[in-house]
Design a protein around this ligand. Sequence first.
Ligand code: SAM
Length: 286
Amino acid sequence: MDKQNQKEPGTLYITATPIGNLEDITLRALRILKEVDLIAAEDTRHTRKLLTHFEITTPLISYYREKERERSKQLVERLLGGESIALVSDAGTPGISDPGAVLVNHAREAGIVIVPLPGASALSSALSVSGITESQFLFLGFAPSKKSQRKSLLTSLKDAPHSLIFYESPRRIQGLLADILQILGDRNAFWARELTKSYEDLQSGTINDLLELASEKKNRGEFVLIVHPGERIEAEGENVLELLVWYRDNTSLSLKDVSKKLATDLGLSRSAVYQEALVIYKKKSE
Ligand code: SAM
């Protein structure tokens, strides 16, 4: 093809769709879904229902986890050939515990313009009504389905000073809560169940309270679970060296995390605290 006939590459739109209530789609998403040449969807049957509701007739192609690599190549070819494509998942924002990242990376490597179309996500919706006051949180997505892996993940999070946020399905919520109870203790927690749907349910209580609720049949559905940080023990020490010794002996935080924390808490340079920490931690292992 000579240069004059070459088409400009198309744009890739990463498009959020509702997590339950069909009104939660943006005007921009509706316009782009109509205008693009192709919609790549996690489950074409599911997305067709959404498109039919809004009288959108754009062609669909499937794009799901098991085929991400292969399909990404085809989609990038089409983008390079001038077609614009919207990527959607079954619910919420693609790429958040959903397929999308592989296509985004391939498209970026190929120089394609990538545009996010923000909208619904179970994560931000749950956080917005959780009332947690900390500005920092750890989003874990789905905890591993294997019990041993789930337990080792939870063990590694024992001393995390942040709220922990999990996605969970109705089948596994009880197992997750039981493991949290055993490993992290009976912490305060919050769940957002069936957000934006008719049985939307927001509950706060201890893990034990939620475990009891989860055993009731009526409490089925999709969950976002937020677990508050554990009780914080006041660190003891008059200066950075004493504090480093205290953290070394009383927590399982890594040397790097302790240095970062102390540098922030005390307003010191991170590299200076890190150098001191190297000495203190080395002493213990000698
Ligand atoms: N990409 C989606 C997003 O942006 O939220 C998440 C997709 S992930 C495969 C599905 C999980 O998200 C569910 O198992 C549940 O944990 C959470 N979720 C999705 N819709 C929800 C809803 N309406 N209420 C509560 N949680 C929901």
